[in-house]
Design a protein around this ligand. Structure first.
Ligand code: 5GP
Length: 194
């Protein structure tokens, strides 16, 4: 499909506050929605199926790969995550710009397929701060936190491939920065082919 709507891809290590930033900007933007991904990860306390993720079994995920239903998919933190192409298309067709929250592999793979997608990387102020935030949210085991910190280091190396980098040292300031980027990009003309 061809559309004048845009695809925003937001990445950043686990614990950088991406989710909070995204939900804050979504409340203040018209015609911008987030696309819900599929995952084989177990549901965390407080998460809701179809609102946070489409929680799939390994078999269901494999079936979607086989049927080529993913725009991209990747192994992240020993689970699989994927963007369902039709979910994104439906949002674009309804006249919305779409935010995808993806790890760096997913972001770069979508960028190859959709060259005019806009890539935003959210950086934590420091790795010490990132560790503190991950420990505070108490949703991961110690082993999982160590894995996420190790992956964070690798992910930050990719930040220079992104169009924008936001340092989330202050939530209000970072929200305004992300809002400004999206508003500015929304104004520009483009043709997205998906
Ligand atoms: P979490 O398990 O904390 O919800 O997410 C872990 C990581 O998976 C995050 O870095 C997030 O950006 C990434 N992720 C979420 N959905 C997708 C997806 O559909 N594709 C890819 N490639 N990464 C995703």
């Amino acid at each position: 499909m061809k559309t004048g709507r845009k695809l925003f891809i937001i990445s950043g290590p686990s614990g950088t506050g991406k989710g909070t930033l995204i939900s804050r900007v979504l409340k203040r933007l018209d015609d911008v929605v987030i696309s819900i991904s599929a995952t084989t990860r177990k549901e965390r306390a407080g998460e809701k199926p179809r609102l946070d993720y489409y929680f799939l079994s390994e078999e269901e995920f494999n079936e979607k790969i086989r049927k080529n239903e993913f725009l991209e998919w990747a192994n992240v933190h020993s689970n699989r995550y994927g963007t369902i192409r039709d979910v994104v298309r439906d949002h674009l067709r309804s006249g919305n710009d779409v935010i995808l929250e993806l790890d760096v592999q997913g972001a770069l793979s979508v960028r190859k397929k959709v060259p005019n997608s806009i890539l935003v990387f959210i950086k934590p102020p420091s790795s010490a701060e990132l560790k503190k935030r991950l420990m505070k949210r108490k949703t991961e085991t110690e082993e999982d936190i160590e894995l996420r910190l190790k992956i964070a280091k690798d992910e930050i190396e990719f930040a220079n491939k992104y169009d924008y980098i936001i340092i989330n040292d202050d939530l209000n300031r970072a929200t305004e920065e992300l809002l400004k980027i999206i508003k500015q990009e929304k104004r520009g003309k483009t043709t997205t082919i998906l």
